[in-house]
Design a protein around this ligand. Structure first.
Ligand code: ZN
Length: 481
C-alpha cells in the first residue's frame, strides 16, 4: 500500500513539474515594435467621413429597393475628395457600383496586396429610430464621436484607406508592389454582385495577392476574457453559413380525435433533438493558435491552462461554452429561426415546417450539415432541403507567414504592449470570395471597441478614426514584398 502511494506521489510530482515547465516555457509571440508617431491630420478628414455617411448607400434584402442615386452620389463625392487617387490609379467599375482601384507599384513581378472595404450599409430599423442620439445619416459629431450608419461598418475603413492613399500620393509615394483597393457595394446582402464577381476577375487574370485585408477583427480593451490587456484580434478565417428547411406532412384532422403523432409533435421533437445534439465542441487549430498568442499574456492560472491545452481541454471548452460568442467559436452552431404550423385552434395541421440556421466551422460542408441533421433527427418522414446559397469557406491564413507578421508589426507600432492574436470571425465578410486566389486573408479594422454597428448609435471616436488613417498609411508605406 505504502509503495503504491509512493508511486502515485511520484507521478503527481512529475505531472506538476511538467505542467509548470510548460507554463514557464510558454513564450510570448508578441512583437516589440518601435512606436511610430501618429500622422498630424487636420479636420478635413473628419469632414470627409461625415459627408460619406450622409449618402444613404443602403443594401436591402430586396435588391430592387436599392437607391442607385445614393451610390452614384457617393462615388462622385469620392472622386472629388480624392483627386490624386482617382487620377493616378486605374479605376474599374464592376456591375456599375463596385470599385477596383489599381495603384501601380515599382515591381511588376512581386505579388500585389489587396485592401478591402464595402460601400453599402444596413438599413435603420424604424422601431429604433428614436433611440439614436443623432440622425443616423447625419454624420453629426457628439462628444468626440462621429455618428451614423456606416461610421464603423464600413465607411470608417473605406475612407481611412482613401485618406491615407491621397496623403501618400501627395508625397509622391510609389508603393513597392501593386496595390488594389476593392470596394464592394453589396456586402450586407452577401456580395453576390460585388465581391464575388471581383474575386472571379482577379482569378481570371491570374492575380494572386500576397495578402488581402478586409474588415472583421478589431482592437478591444475588454472583450477577451481574463486578459487584462488591450488586444487586437485579426481574423484568419471565417465561419460558413448554411440554412436547412425541415418539412413534415402527416394527415391532420379535427382536434376532437387526435392521432398518436401529429406534424407539430414530430417537428417539435426534431427541433429539440437538434438543440440537444449539437455539433461537438472542439479546440480547433484556429482556437489553438488564438490561445498560443493570448495565453502567454494571461495571469498565471489561465496561462497554465493555455500552456497545457491537452490536460485542461475540458476546462477550456467549458469556459468557451459559457458565452454565445465563445460557444460559436468552438463549434458549428445550430439554431431554429422559423417555426410554422397550424392555422386554427381546433384543427390539427397536416404540415409543419421549420428553418434551421447553421454557422459552420471552416471545412464543414453543406453535406456534413445535412448528414448531421439526418442522423440526429432520425425521422425519414421529415424532408430536409438546403435553402439559400450558403457558403462554406475553407481557407485559413497561415500565421507563420511573413504577411501575418507584417500585419502584427504594423498594429504593434501604434499601441505599446498590445496583444495581437489570430482568431475566427463569426460573421461573413466579402473577403471570403478571395479564398480561391490566396490563403492569406486577414480580417481586421484598426479601431478600438467600435459600437453600434448594425444597431443603434453606430459611431466612431474621432481619435480612433485618425489612428485608423495612420494605420493604413504605415501599412501601405512600409510594405515590402
Ligand atoms: Zn461590414
Amino acid at each position: 500500500m505504502k509503495k503504491i502511494l509512493k508511486y502515485v506521489g511520484i507521478i503527481i510530482i512529475i505531472l506538476i513539474a511538467f505542467v509548470l515547465f510548460k507554463t514557464f516555457t510558454f513564450k510570448s509571440k508578441q512583437i516589440k515594435e518601435a512606436q511610430v508617431p501618429l500622422l498630424k491630420l487636420d479636420d478635413s478628414c473628419v469632414v470627409h467621413l461625415q459627408k460619406s455617411i450622409q449618402f444613404e448607400t443602403i443594401s436591402y434584402d430586396d435588391p430592387k429597393q436599392m437607391d442607385s442615386s445614393q451610390f452614384k452620389g457617393f462615388q462622385q463625392f469620392l472622386m472629388q475628395t480624392y483627386p490624386l487617387v482617382f487620377s493616378k490609379m486605374t479605376l474599374e467599375k464592376v456591375n456599375n457600383f463596385s470599385l477596383i482601384l489599381h495603384w501601380k507599384g515599382k515591381s511588376a513581378t512581386a505579388k500585389p496586396i489587396i485592401l478591402m472595404a464595402h460601400q453599402d450599409v444596413v438599413p435603420i430599423e424604424k422601431a429604433t429610430l428614436n433611440k439614436w442620439d443623432a440622425e443616423p445619416f447625419s454624420g453629426q459629431i457628439k462628444n468626440d464621436f462621429i455618428y451614423g450608419r456606416g461610421a464603423i461598418d464600413d465607411k470608417g475603413s473605406l475612407i481611412s484607406i482613401l485618406e491615407s492613399a491621397e496623403l501618400l500620393l501627395k508625397q509622391s509615394f510609389i508603393p513597392e508592389t501593386d496595390i488594389y483597393f476593392v470596394f464592394g457595394h453589396d456586402e450586407e446582402i452577401s456580395g453576390f454582385k460585388g465581391a464575388k464577381v471581383m474575386a472571379q476577375l482577379f482569378a481570371d487574370r491570374k492575380i494572386s495577392p500576397a495578402f488581402v485585408l478586409d474588415e472583421g477583427g478589431i482592437i478591444t480593451e475588454y472583450k477577451v476574457p481574463r486578459l487584462n490587456k488591450t488586444a487586437a484580434v485579426v481574423g484568419i478565417a471565417e465561419k460558413g453559413y448554411q440554412t436547412l428547411e425541415l418539412k413534415i406532412n402527416i394527415p391532420g384532422g379535427h382536434s376532437s380525435m387526435p392521432e398518436e403523432h401529429t406534424a407539430i409533435d414530430e417537428m417539435a421533437k426534431a427541433v429539440v433533438k437538434l438543440k440537444e445534439n449539437q455539433f461537438k465542441p472542439e479546440i480547433t487549430p484556429i482556437v489553438k493558435s488564438f490561445l498560443s498568442y493570448i495565453g502567454p499574456e494571461m495571469p498565471f492560472i489561465s496561462k497554465m491552462a493555455m500552456a497545457n491545452q491537452g490536460l485542461f481541454k475540458p476546462m477550456i471548452i467549458s469556459n468557451y461554452a459559457k458565452s454565445a460568442a465563445g460557444n460559436a467559436t468552438i463549434r458549428t452552431t445550430t439554431v431554429t429561426t422559423i417555426f410554422n404550423a397550424g392555422l386554427k385552434e381546433n384543427l390539427i395541421p397536416g404540415e409543419a415546417q421549420v428553418t434551421v440556421n447553421f454557422r459552420t466551422q471552416p471545412g464543414v460542408s453543406r453535406q456534413d450539415v445535412v448528414d448531421h441533421v439526418k442522423k440526429v433527427i432520425n425521422n425519414d418522414s421529415i424532408k430536409i432541403t438546403p435553402i439559400g446559397k450558403g457558403n462554406e469557406p475553407k481557407q485559413i491564413a497561415n500565421v507563420d507567414d511573413p504577411t501575418f507578421k507584417y500585419i502584427q508589426k504594423t498594429i504593434s507600432a501604434f499601441h505599446q504592449n498590445i496583444i495581437v492574436a489570430p482568431y475566427l470571425v463569426l460573421g461573413a465578410t466579402d473577403a471570403r470570395y478571395f479564398g480561391n486566389i490566396t490563403s492569406q486573408i486577414f480580417r481586421f479594422s484598426p479601431f478600438t471597441d467600435p459600437e453600434g454597428f448594425h444597431g443603434v448609435n453606430e459611431r466612431i471616436k474621432i481619435s480612433e478614426y485618425k489612428k485608423g488613417i495612420s494605420f493604413y498609411y504605415e501599412l501601405i508605406k512600409n510594405y515590402k514584398p
